[in-house]
Design a protein. Structure first.
Length: 301
């Protein structure tokens, strides 16, 4: 009997010894999931698809299409490997981070407001070139962002959890923040990163510095950020927030020093072809008994 897999698309190659059912995160999933052995989670479909894991007693592997999987790990049965979408979002998120930075530095929201009223009022703006940019998080996405920043002739300062040659450790932040023009967060949400940029850290930034977050919203203390932008000292460009979605009456919505997008950095047109190629390769490996790529919870040895 063919082993059963559950995948979100019908237009990917399924190895001949596997039998596929499909669930894209909308509508009703298949009624019976007890014999599903490999589950490719739909992307950007909310929390409901992940709850199906509890209905899959035969599960042998799970593939997430997100880079951050901290919410999935507690749902997995012991011994079931979880692979993430490492690499799928690199260019999408990097493009969006660059767009946020340039929009904020070159004051694009202001010019769009002027366009609506037919106003022609010129003024010189800030620049990315020659700015000192702290990258908080130096994984594959951070490296992709760095390539754009270097092309824009910014000075890039790399920061990661642990110091290594060419990369500062997170413990060095107090010395680095006062010299930063722009801070870009590309961090997962963990006990160590939650609230990492809090009131003391934000206060250490120079006047008019820009805080950009394309990682997880909880890595920035929202209340402290509201206080800094409300008194006109800092600026922010945010694709992720805490909470999400941001309440309609939240003060960040109406602050002209804040640019907000609704957690869309990873979802560009380049993502889905890359995601389908990864899922097809993982299914091939699963069928052949080969190790999966990007496993985040390898078994203890």
């Amino acid at each position: 009997m063919k082993r059963r897999v559950l995948v979100p698309w019908q237009d990917i190659e399924i190895p001949g010894d596997l039998r596929a059912d499909y669930f894209d995160g909308t509508g009703e999933p298949p009624a019976e999931l007890g014999d599903v052995e490999f589950y490719v989670l739909p992307y950007d479909s909310g929390p409901e698809p992940a709850k199906l894991i509890a209905k899959m007693p035969s599960l042998r592997a799970v593939q997430s299409l997100s880079a951050g999987v901290e919410n999935l790990l507690p749902l997995l049965p012991t011994g079931v490997p979880l692979a993430n979408g490492r690499g799928l979002h690199d260019l999408s998120v990097a493009e969006h981070a660059l767009a946020l930075i340039l929009a904020a530095q070159r004051d694009l929201p202001r010019w769009l407001r002027q366009q609506e009223t037919g106003t022609w009022a010129r003024e010189h703006t800030r620049s990315l070139a020659d700015s000192r940019v702290l990258l908080l998080g130096y994984g594959s996405i951070g490296k992709a962002i760095e390539r754009y920043l270097v092309a824009g002739e910014a000075e890039v300062v790399r920061v990661a959890r642990t110091a290594r040659p060419g990369v500062h450790g997170i413990t060095e932040l107090p010395a680095l923040l006062p010299e930063a023009d722009i801070v870009v967060l590309i961090l997962p949400e963990t006990p160590d990163t939650r609230g990492l940029l809090g009131a003391p850290e934000l206060a250490a930034l120079p006047d008019d510095a820009l805080v950009v977050n394309v990682g997880r919203g909880a890595t920035v203390d929202t209340g402290a950020l509201v206080a800094e932008v409300s008194r006109g000292r800092l600026r922010a460009a945010l694709d992720v927030l805490d909470p999400e979605p941001l309440p309609r009456d939240h003060p960040l919505w109406t602050n002209e020093r804040v640019l907000i997008t609704p957690h869309i950095a990873g979802g560009s047109a380049s993502f889905y072809p890359r995601a389908k190629r990864l899922a097809a390769e993982q299914l091939r490996r699963f069928a052949a008994g080969e190790p999966l790529l990007n496993v985040v919870n390898p078994p203890s040895t």
